[in-house]
Write a protein that binds this ligand. Structure first.
Ligand SMILES: *Cc1c(COP(=O)(O)O)cnc(C)c1O
Length: 367
């Protein structure tokens, strides 16, 4: 028995592998190693799917965040709002362009950036940009964030690394906001390459041109220096081959999340609000325990029973040793991070897996 945190074997089934093998053979025969036909095909289809004008493939999701900051002109001396709970890459990108992260607190029920905290932090620190993260796959409150940022002329960069399959609302996929929206296609993400890849979505043709210049050493603009963040043709071929199945897999995750919600309803774990069942990509399935101590004990108990679970994110950003000393608000983030445990979620979690996970959690609390 046991339930694993990831399942790549069912995702990369024989028919899919056959398509990829054929594509890779063609890539080798045609010597088309970077930025080939599948890059262009993926960019076109992914932009259409997420309802954005442009998609620019890049080498990874962290580069996407950094390049988004660079094309918005963010530089040394600028302050950028970063949510108190995210994966380090969001804050790392800010530091890598020479700017300073300022923590914005999170909503205690969802873990996503709190618009009221953003207003307070901006008043005090005068932000040059803000980076809401659709953490776990939950959409941030973009209506509130966008209307405040438009009023204050603050560029918004959405970190959607965990949010392929997320919707702001019905018929509005993440990427359709006209902000710069960044994705990672790291192997564990909902839409994933066989290595590293990422992209930026935007409706702004001028910013899109700048991204193209940035990803290829500044070529195309004599005044600009850039970097190498081109996406390998092989990764683009894999991503393009996955597109036809991605909605099916994201819907399977939603069904798993709904079943977890029901199975856990009478246990002392707090699940994310019900209204996100259809909106979230369910990249992760976090539950909140009553204390840090309970989180640690439950995590150990589940792992002893071969149930994969991970404390994403173990600490708030402000508590990371490498990120200490930056200002902002973080009270809810510290509280939320300490009590969160993520249960196994992927498209192939079965009914009996859910029963086993819920059964073990029940056993933990009743023994
Ligand atoms: C994975 C992830 C990233 C970084 O993506 P890479 O492709 O690993 O560089 C950035 N932000 C968040 C929220 C992520 O989950």
């Amino acid at each position: 028995m046991g339930v694993s945190f990831y399942n790549f074997n069912d995702l990369h089934h024989a028919d899919f592998k056959a398509i990829v093998k054929e594509r890779i053979e063609n890539i080798i025969d045609n010597n088309a190693f970077v930025e080939g036909e599948f890059n262009a095909a993926f960019e076109k289809e992914f932009a259409e799917k997420q309802k954005a004008k442009h998609c620019l493939l890049l080498a990874n999701g962290t580069d996407a965040l950094e390049i988004a900051l660079v094309v918005h002109g963010i530089k040394h001396g600028d302050k950028v709002g970063v949510p108190g709970i995210t994966f380090y890459a969001t804050a790392e990108a800010v530091l890598n362009v020479g700017a300073t992260p300022v923590w914005v607190d999170i909503d205690p029920l969802t873990g996503t950036l709190c618009p009221q905290s953003l207003e307070r932090v901006h008043q005090k620190h005068k932000l040059s940009a803000v980076m809401p993260v659709h953490i776990y796959g939950l959409p941030c409150d973009m209506d509130a964030i966008n209307s405040f940022c438009q009023k204050e002329s603050i560029p918004v960069i959405e970190d959607a690394a965990q949010a392929q399959g997320t919707f702001y609302g019905e018929g509005k996929p993440v990427g359709s906001s006209s902000n710069l929206v960044t994705f990672s296609f790291y192997p564990t993400k909902n839409l994933s390459a066989f290595g590293d890849a990422g992209c930026i979505l935007t409706d702004d043709s001028e910013l899109a041109k700048k991204v193209v210049v940035q990803r290829n050493h500044g070529r195309g603009d004599e005044q600009a220096m850039g970097r190498n963040s081109r996406c390998d043709h092989m990764q683009a071929a894999v991503l393009h081959a996955k597109l036809p199945e991605i909605d099916k897999y994201n819907n399977m995750r939603k069904v798993v999340a709904e079943k977890y919600h029901k199975a856990l309803a009478n246990l002392p774990v707090r699940t994310l609000p019900e209204k996100y069942i259809c909106l979230s990509s369910w990249h992760l399935y976090p539950v909140q325990l009553e204390s840090v101590e309970t989180r640690e004990k439950l995590m150990n108990f589940l792992r002893e029973n071969e149930i994969g679970c991970t404390p994403f994110y173990e600490r708030a950003m402000s508590q990371e040793p490498a990120l200490s000393g930056y200002e902002g608000e973080d009270e809810n983030a510290v509280n939320f991070a300490g009590k969160t445990l993520c249960l196994p979620i992927h498209p192939f979690v079965s009914d009996s897996d859910i029963e086993e996970v819920a059964g073990k959690i029940s056993e933990f609390f009743n023994s």
